[in-house]
Design a protein around this ligand. Structure first.
Ligand code: NDP
Ligand code: MG
Length: 401
């Protein structure tokens, strides 16, 4: 990693700056001193080039990158008259990630976030990891790139950030289990028959958190928790049987770590991603943030219940992927991304998402052993092809009936 004097402003890049995580990250940066305290190296988005250009100009970014090559002209025009460089396309995204930022927010949604995040890790930036798909698909490889670069891996996903806050590294031998909390989403108490006919709008209405549409729908199907179980296993080097899930509808406890003396340490807070983002940006300091403070008397109670993996089979699929290891995380994620898009597009029903992912996992089998980046992309590509065939078959059947 490049040596910099401790008084120099931190150089930061935000991948996915136009999304929910990205906008919250810029809000935290603004609160912590904005351009006086930070130098913005790269910002990236995809479709929302107007917002990307406005952000880049307001924060004085060196470069703004849209992942969509066809939007280069629009981005260039929106940046006209500023000193911000414009670039477009997946290769430009990787080049931007290779610039010498001290800290990178991995806030792109989906597998598209893997390549730039790996590049930033390899180059030695601290990685603030919101994009869970990186660890789910390429856990081992990702750790290797972090080690090569020498930067730190700071989890932003609220559960993993909570665990990081209470995970005593020097006592890791006495850590027995990780307990991920899950709100249960909007369909926590809905019976399976009714779940079959829910719409994408109903699924996107998360009870506690305001997030991008894909992660919101993944929360409703509990595929988000499924990804987080795999993410936690890789992040904290746990065995599959050490990862537990408990439903906690209030989302006040963000997750917990259980120790061998019976103690359970938890991190609590208002459901506001700015806490986890600020923690990852300033670790190990804890500067003041303008988030709501918990008032326990008005909260009055915290509830817990066991997850139901009959109504939410995504949790069972996660267990299968964790136990098989190898490329099964990449397969689960690739199939899930296709099924999710098909549900959003109205091609399949809500419950069919898990059916499709399960079938793809069965057909492809699972692979243990060493994993290369080529193998990860191949597993992702094959899983997507099979998932698309299954989606097409189901849409054709529903048109015929
Ligand atoms: P959003 O959908 O709000 O934002 C996604 C960002 O990625 C946008 O900047 C978008 O650009 C960009 N993007 C979309 N597709 C591509 C692509 N193919 N290539 C490059 N960039 C792309 O998502 P969130 O902010 O909600 O989530 C981001 C990541 O963080 C996800 O992995 C999610 O699981 C994780 N996460 C999010 C949380 C949250 O509170 N939102 C909490 C915990 C984890 P544009 O909008 O310009 O098209
Ligand atoms: Mg989470």
């Amino acid at each position: 990693m490049t040596e910099r004097s401790s008084s120099a402003p931190r150089r930061v890049s935000i991948f996915g700056s136009t999304g929910s995580i990205g906008c919250n990250t810029l809000a935290v940066i603004e609160h912590l001193g904005g351009r006086d305290a930070f130098r913005i190296c790269a910002l990236s988005g995809k479709g929302n080039t107007d917002l990307l250009a406005r952000q880049a100009i307001a924060f004085g970014a060196e470069i703004a990158v849209t992942a969509d090559e066809n939007r280069y002209t629009a981005l260039k025009a929106a940046l006209a008259g500023s000193s911000v460089e414009a670039a477009a396309g997946p290769a430009a995204l990787i080049e931007a990630a290779e610039r010498d930022a001290d800290w990178c927010m991995a806030g792109i949604v989906g597998m598209a976030g893997l390549a730039p995040t790996l590049a930033a890790a390899r180059r030695g930036a601290d990685i603030a990891l919101a994009n869970k798909e990186c660890l789910v698909s390429a856990g081992e490889l990702f750790h290797r790139e972090i080690e090569t670069g020498g930067g730190r891996l700071l989890p932003v996903d609220s559960e993993h950030n909570a665990i990081h806050q209470v995970f005593e590294q020097d006592q890791r031998h006495s850590i027995e289990r990780i307990i991920l909390t899950a709100s249960g989403g909007p369909f926590r108490a809905l019976d399976a028959a009714k779940m079959a006919s829910v719409t994408p709008d109903m699924a996107a209405a998360h009870p506690n958190w305001s997030m991008g549409i894909k992660i919101s729908i993944d929360s409703a199907s509990m595929f988000n928790k499924a990804l987080e179980m795999i993410e936690a296993m890789h992040l904290f080097a746990m065995r599959p049987d050490q990862i537990e899930v408990v439903i906690h509808p209030q989302s006040v406890i963000h997750s917990m770590v259980g120790y061998s003396d019976g103690s359970v340490l938890a991190q609590l807070g208002a459901p506001d991603m700015r806490t986890a983002i600020g923690y990852s940006l300033t670790y190990p300091r804890r500067p003041a943030l303008p988030v709501e403070r918990l008032d326990f008397a008005s909260l009055a109670r915290l509830d817990f219940e066991a997850p139901d993996d009959e109504r939410f089979p995504s949790l069972r699929l996660a267990r299968r992927a964790m136990e098989s290891g190898g490329l099964s995380g990449a397969v689960l994620n690739g199939a899930k991304e296709v099924a999710l898009e098909a549900f959003i597009d109205g091609q399949i029903g809500f419950l069919e998402m898990a059916d499709i992912v399960g079938t793809v996992m069965e057909r492809l089998g699972t692979g243990g052993g060493a994993v290369s980046i080529e193998a990860v992309y191949e597993a992702d590509r094959t899983a997507r092809i099979i998932a698309r065939e299954l989606v097409a078959g189901r849409s054709a059947r529903s048109i015929a009936t």
